[in-house]
Design a protein around this ligand. Structure first.
Ligand code: ZN
Length: 270
């Protein structure tokens, strides 16, 4: 598990595994925490209870059920305030947010920036602050979300935005997809040493029942093909040696959509 420190009180950042391969991120300071994308309530409420934590905020990145279905029950049980994008498909949001907004959570000593991240869905947002990024289904370790609404151009621009965040930023995506993504990424850049060691590390972590996340922006820049659309090796791998980054990204995303996904159900964390 990773943790960050504030001046007076240790912050703890950890994922609660739910459903097949989702993570609900909890970020705690003292006895308070925020919760990101609770697709289920019961495992999250059990963890709050076990850790003695009081939820002060629920942050939602996009409308898919595996990210929001538990939010209303957690709100009712805890009184936590629900933040999410302006989208009629997310009925439980109390505080609608849009790119550029800031969310202040004094109990956690946090000031988060809302990032507009369209591409996976039209209204997808991310949350960034104090060295941590919650990016939902936009950026995964070694991969990115599928394009359900919008365009390759939009998702590429969202990923470029994230790639410009400080390298040490902890990246907290909503799914444990690293092993399956590594299998695909290695077909694109088999000779990338950072990618090879990341794939080996992810295998060890999953065998031990541990999460491969959070990652960092620096590591994703080095290893994630979807952030490397300007690299000659990546361009050549999709047959677009002279292609512009958006065309390379679209070709990569299409190739990943066709890629066998036999590895997509890694063992659950304990
Ligand atoms: Zn989604």
């Amino acid at each position: 598990m990773s943790s960050t420190r504030s001046s007076s009180n240790r912050r703890r950042l950890f994922p609660v595994p739910i459903l097949a391969d989702n993570y609900v991120w909890l970020w705690a300071r003292g006895g308070h925490c925020l919760i990101v994308d609770p697709g289920e309530a019961a495992p999250v409420l059990a963890r709050l209870d076990a850790e003695g934590l009081e939820a002060v905020a629920i942050l939602l990145t996009h409308h898919h059920a595996d990210h929001i279905a538990g939010a209303e029950d957690i709100r009712k049980a805890t009184g936590a305030a629900v933040y999410g994008p302006r989208d009629p498909r997310i009925a439980c949001v109390q505080h609608e947010v849009t790119g550029g907004d800031r969310i202040r959570l004094p109990a956690l000593e946090l000031d988060l920036e809302v990032l507009a991240l369209p591409g996976h869905t039209r209204t997808h947002v991310g949350y960034f602050g104090s060295g941590v990024l919650f990016c939902g289904d936009t950026l995964f370790s070694l991969g990115c979300g599928r394009i359900f609404e919008g365009s390759a151009e939009a998702l590429h621009a969202s990923l470029e935005r994230l790639a410009k965040l400080p390298g040490e930023t902890l990246v907290c995506p909503a799914h444990e997809y690293t092993l399956a993504n590594a299998a695909f990424a290695l077909t694109i850049e088999p000779d990338n040493p950072g990618l090879r060691s990341r794939a080996a590390e992810a295998e060890r972590l999953r065998e031990a029942g541990l999460p491969t996340l959070p990652s960092t922006i620096a590591r994703e820049r080095q290893t994630n093909p979807f952030l490397r659309c300007r690299e000659p090796a990546v361009k050549r791998a999709v047959g677009l040696a002279d292609g512009d980054p958006v065309a390379v990204f679209a070709a990569l995303r299409a190739a990943k959509d066709r890629f066998p996904s036999a590895l997509r159900s890694p063992p659950r964390m304990p």
